[in-house]
Design a protein around this ligand. Structure first.
Ligand code: SF4
Ligand code: SF4
Length: 284
């Protein structure tokens, strides 16, 4: 069943016309990565301490969707890797995202929402209960929490629990297909085998944390939101949801632009960086 679900997700991404740039038919995303986490994984309880009490467990989301009679069993999580041409276009930018990056953030994320709906409907057709936390009507995003902008369900944290990557200096998730991606998830009462978390710690894929090297994302940020101390979500949010939108959204025909400069032209852009202190990378 795990492989059937992975195939269903990959097929939707490959075949759906909504997953392509209307101007040239190129896809927004490459083949997805798919992972599974147990709804009983203690990590989801830990997230209430790490993110905030407002962050929901899979059981809480399922209860909101279906009442107490349905028990969550699995979180299905996916990574949608942003294609190389779009990443290359953003590498050339130093202030605002490229048009292709902004359109992927805007229309690609709308497609990601369609994928969430598709997965829940497919599971329902198979006789299972399923809910997409980000499409659930009480899902909320808060601009000001003790850790900055945060929501009642973090797709990145679900992806980490499902073994799809580890966190990074710039607060993103570095997966086997890199850091430049969108991610999504659906919670179901279908019991699936959890994916292994093949990393020794939750920062392992980031060179800065693994071997005290790199730091390339620090220099890529146009507003100084990244430092050796980490990612300042307030500065970043102000830029991504304010300055960048004002500057280029209308020209690109979108309402959301993203930014992603710190996710392109960096060693972790499209894969887990190998890294090596011997290669001469120095901590900035
Ligand atoms: S650019 Fe380097 S320091 Fe920044 S997230 Fe990627 S691997 Fe980590
Ligand atoms: S998304 Fe943009 S503003 Fe935010 S940290 Fe990365 S480069 Fe800086």
């Amino acid at each position: 069943m795990e492989e059937r679900i992975r195939t269903m997700i990959c097929r939707f991404v490959e075949e759906s016309p909504a997953g392509r740039f209307p101007e040239n038919g190129d896809p927004y995303f490459d083949e997805p990565l798919v992972g599974y986490a147990s709804a009983d994984d203690p990590l989801f309880g830990d997230y209430k301490q790490i993110i905030g009490e407002f962050h929901r467990t899979p059981h809480e989301v399922m209860e909101i969707g279906f009442g107490t009679g349905v028990r969550a069993a699995t979180v299905i999580s996916w990574i949608l890797p942003i294609t190389q041409p779009t990443r290359e276009s953003n590498r050339r930018e130093t202030l605002y995202p490229s048009a292709a990056w902004a359109r992927t953030r805007n229309f690609g994320e709308q497609f990601n929402a369609a994928l969430r709906r598709h997965v829940t409907e497919w599971l329902a057709e198979q006789g299972h209960h399923a809910v997409a936390p980000q499409l659930e009507t009480t899902w909320r995003e808060y601009a000001d929490t003790p850790i900055g902008r945060a929501s009642t369900w973090s797709e990145r944290h679900a992806a980490y629990a499902a073994g799809l990557g580890t966190f990074s200096l710039n607060d993103a998730l570095i997966t086997p297909r890199g850091i430049a991606h969108r991610c999504g998830s659906v919670i179901t009462d279908l019991l699936l085998e959890p994916s292994p978390r093949p990393y020794p710690d939750h920062y392992h894929n980031c060179l800065y944390y693994r071997e005290k090297s790199c730091g390339a994302c620090i220099g890529r940020c146009p507003v100084g939101a990244i430092s050796p101390q980490g990612h300042n979500k307030d500065i970043c949010s102000h830029y991504v949801y304010g300055t960048a939108v004002t500057a280029v959204a209308e020209r690109f025909g979108v309402t959301h632009t993203g930014c992603g400069l710190c996710q392109t032209k960096v060693p972790c852009e499209g894969s887990i960086p190998v890294g090596s202190a011997k290669a001469g990378r120095a901590r900035p």
